[in-house]
Ligand binder design. Structure first.
Ligand code: NI
Length: 236
């Protein structure tokens, strides 16, 4: 049996961290390590290990972990503490069904309040996506594009739930866009969606969004099936 590498060994800490920045530095560092897969799903993060690694007390560590939990990147599990959340929690189809409900509603409420500046911002993200080849960046730009369209929805709690869903998708995209060759297709979806939003055609916009997210369901389902098959192969 080979020894598992310590997932925290991928994290570089540059010198002492000023106390007032500790929480945000720890949060950002762990967040990007989780998002790009250096700390794999299911890894338990011990507060003391992190405090030692960052050279801080446990208090900012605890606060950072709480933030990451609120962003659905960690789950608190009895007897294990903070554990890196699964890539897709539970059933992918249910996850996307819920996202379609939430994002459609956010889009509906946001469209009448969006400004020309919002349209321009969304268009800029599409342009950046066009030339971006780094999958970490692609995942981030996709989230920002979607949030730009929903951003004027007045219900803040709704927007937070929407952003949780997008964060989850962002993680997925980072791992799998390359393998699935999905980039081009989503760009067409994004352009069509933005055009309908600019025309303030709410019903058509929602229909295009549903179509876009349903494509995500197919891709994720295909991925989960293939990785389950892969897992069986390895187990044998
Ligand atoms: Ni998208």
């Amino acid at each position: 049996m080979t020894q598992k590498p310590n997932p925290l060994s991928s994290i570089k800490v540059n010198g002492p961290i000023p106390a007032h920045l500790a929480r945000s530095v720890i949060e950002e560092t762990l967040r990007s390590a989780i998002l790009d897969g250096r700390i794999p799903c299911g890894t338990a993060l011990r507060q003391q290990d992190l405090a030692d690694l960052f050279g801080v007390s446990r208090m900012p560590v605890r606060e950072a972990l709480r933030q990451l939990e609120a962003q659905a990147l960690l789950n608190v599990v009895a007897h294990k503490g903070a554990v890196v959340a699964a890539l897709v929690q539970g059933d992918a189809t249910e996850t996307y069904e819920l996202r379609i409900l939430l994002e459609s509603e956010a889009l509906r409420r946001s469209i009448p309040l969006l400004s020309v500046a919002d349209f321009e911002l969304a268009a800029r993200y599409i342009d950046e996506l066009e030339t971006e080849h780094n999958y970490t960046e692609i995942g981030r730009l996709n989230r920002l594009f979607h949030m730009a369209l929903y951003s004027k929805a007045p219900n803040r709690r709704l927007l937070r739930l929407v952003e949780d869903g997008l964060n989850e998708e962002e993680r997925f995209l980072r791992f799998n866009l390359e393998a699935m060759g999905l980039g081009k297709l989503s760009q067409e979806d994004h352009r069509n969606l933005l055009r309908a939003v600019e025309a303030r055609d709410i019903e058509h916009s929602v229909k295009l969004l549903e179509h876009h997210l349903n494509r995500g369901v197919e891709v994720i389902t295909r991925y989960l099936e293939s990785s389950a098959a892969q897992g069986k192969k390895i187990a044998r």
